[in-house]
Design a protein around this ligand. Structure first.
Ligand code: FAD
Ligand code: ZN
Length: 505
């Protein structure tokens, strides 16, 4: 029978800051040099511009000019990129965003939009001296309506704060990310963030009912809606979801939020083969049905590396694969019965060999940390190449052994994990020195492999600064040309987040 008694007493989940993120700001290479980017035809900020910004922004603490204050806005969370922005503006209202953009557009001043700065692709910080538009002061919740499930808030609200406020009314956000203590809802929309609830609640294209955005010329476009059903004309909101700040600044959001579940179970299963993973996933969908919230894959290398490097432990070990399942629902006995039947079936059929199930909040947290801390463990190396791929389930894992064969002997770890329930694999390759040899063995191989299966080279993290050159592996030349046309209509002077998303060379 299932081992449900393994205790977590020895689990010490230390919050270790990774080596990459230990880099001092001046140790991060300047983006422009590192990636050989040529400055676009933009104006440079003058004293008159600062005077104008001071007129637009009502209080002094809305403008940062001292290098020691602006430094943090010039580097990303992962310490991959560093810009040279000298001015940070913090608008408090849509009107202020509009006035800033109108002025910058006339002056041809480029603008970089800064949310919670947790993005993975270097999109949130400037490359050169773009004006940094930080959304942090636009953090008001306008309304929460428990009858319709409607949340209306400003774009700078931090995801965890929204979650806290919703929980007071028995509701939850339809998305949950490991970065929720810092990331903002505007950044979530701009990146079309996925996360661990996507399997249950779908992506943001479904749960965002409406948004307000400011175009590059300062025009405010009101696409707010309080309803799930609204077929009046083209669905423009979708253009802004996932546009990574290149088409407009998102200032306000209307979201459909589900009722909070009252029961929760988390199950960690050990499996011997990838075929067993597939069969177990299928059974989980069939038998757990509407209560299945997440289905995550963790491979042996991911688990062992995380356990070793974060000085923690796992209640089950030595399996080639693990599945982490979460169920949430509203009827304890019904949920438990479903879970029991699923586990019995999986054990009897020989798909699953060992596992653990818990409904205790502290143990749930610890099981989830085995999955959520994998990136931190791999980032504890000097370099970590990270790929975020959508792949068909049958070939979902095959890229991992293929890469291991190519570079396993040259690096410290090659591991695969991620949201198998959404066909989204995270592939991390980490080591001491990122040589040209390693890079050439990995790229473009990873991208070509993904393209050959008609997958996506960016399942959830976006394109940002780091990946414009790889978009061609997932989008046709005609599709990219249409994107460029849209950009030139909506931002003819190219002032919003230049050098990002669209291939620039
Ligand atoms: P930022 O990093 O500030 O910006 C991201 C992009 O959006 C930039 O191009 C920026 O210019 C633009 N932008 C920001 N705000 C606005 C706005 N108001 N209007 C227009 N453009 C804007 N991502 C996932 O998808 N799934 C995960 O499970 C996940 N887990 C993560 C776990 C950790 C520990 C970390 C560090 C990151 C994780 N991420 C994940 C990536 C990241 O958290 C998400 O991409 C998040 O949505 C970014 O939000 P942000 O507010 O930090 O945006
Ligand atoms: Zn992810």
């Amino acid at each position: 029978m299932m081992n449900t008694t393994k205790i977590f007493a020895s689990m010490r989940l230390l919050h270790r800051i990774s080596k990459l993120s230990e880099r001092k700001i001046h140790e991060i290479p300047l983006t422009k040099d590192h990636y050989g980017i040529k400055r676009g035809p933009y104006a440079s900020v003058t004293d008159q511009d600062i005077n104008q910004f001071e007129r637009i922004l009502s209080t002094n603490n809305q403008i940062l000019l001292r290098p020691e204050d602006t430094a943090e806005y010039n580097r990303d969370y992962f310490r991959y990129v560093r810009g040279l922005g000298t001015v940070v503006l913090k608008p408090r209202s849509t009107e202020e965003v509009s006035a800033i953009l109108r002025y910058c557009n006339i002056r041809r001043l480029a603008v970089s939009i800064f949310g919670g700065n947790t993005g993975v692709c270097g999109g949130s910080v400037p490359v050169f001296d773009e004006i940094i538009l930080s959304m942090e002061l636009m953090n008001r919740i306008v309304s929460i309506d428990e009858y319709s499930g409607l949340l209306v808030c400003e774009a700078g609200c931090v995801l965890a704060k929204l979650e806290d406020e919703l929980s007071k009314k028995g509701m939850i956000m339809p998305l949950d990310l490991g970065s929720k203590q810092s990331c903002q809802i505007g950044g979530n929309l701009a990146t079309n963030a996925g996360g661990i609830r996507l399997m249950r609640y779908g992506n943001l294209h479904g749960s965002v009912l409406g948004l307000e955005t400011v175009l590059a010329n300062g025009e405010v476009i009101d696409l707010m809606s309080n309803f799930k059903k609204d077929n009046t004309g083209y669905h423009l909101k979708h253009l802004f979801i996932g546009s990574e700040g290149t088409l407009g600044v998102i200032t306000r959001v209307a979201m459909s939020c589900p009722v909070a579940p009252t029961t929760q179970n988390v199950i960690l299963l050990g499996l011997k083969t990838y075929n067993a993973v597939l069969q177990t996933f299928l059974q989980a969908k069939k038998q757990l049905g509407e209560i299945l919230t997440s289905c995550e894959l963790i491979d042996q290398a991911s688990l062992e590396y995380t356990v070793e490097h974060l000085k923690t432990s796992s209640p089950i070990d030595a399996f080639p694969f693990y599945i982490l399942l979460e169920t949430t629902g509203s009827h304890k006995e019904d949920d438990e019965e479903k879970v029991r039947q699923f586990l019995e079936f999986s054990l009897e059929e020989g798909m699953v060999t060992d596992g653990i199930i818990t409904s205790e909040p502290s143990k749930i947290k610890k099981l989830w940390q085995l999955r959520e801390r994998i990136p931190a463990a791999t980032y504890s190396n000097n370099f970590c190449l990270t790929y975020d791929l959508s792949l068909p389930l049958e070939q979902f894992y095959s890229i991992v052994p293929a890469i291991r064969k190519r570079v396993g002997h040259l690096v410290n770890i090659v591991c695969g994990f991620g949201h198998i329930g959404d066909c989204n694999l995270h592939l991390n390759i980490a080591g001491n020195i990122l040589s040209e040899e390693i890079r050439k063995l990995v790229e473009p191989y990873v991208y070509e492999f993904t393209a050959s299966l008609k997958g996506s080279v960016s399942a959830e993290h976006g394109i940002g600064l780091l990946k414009p050159g790889y978009m061609k592996y997932s989008k046709s030349t005609a599709a990219i040309a249409l994107m460029k046309q849209l950009k030139s209509i909506m931002d003819p002077n190219g002032i919003l987040n230049p050098y990002k998303v669209l291939p620039y060379n």
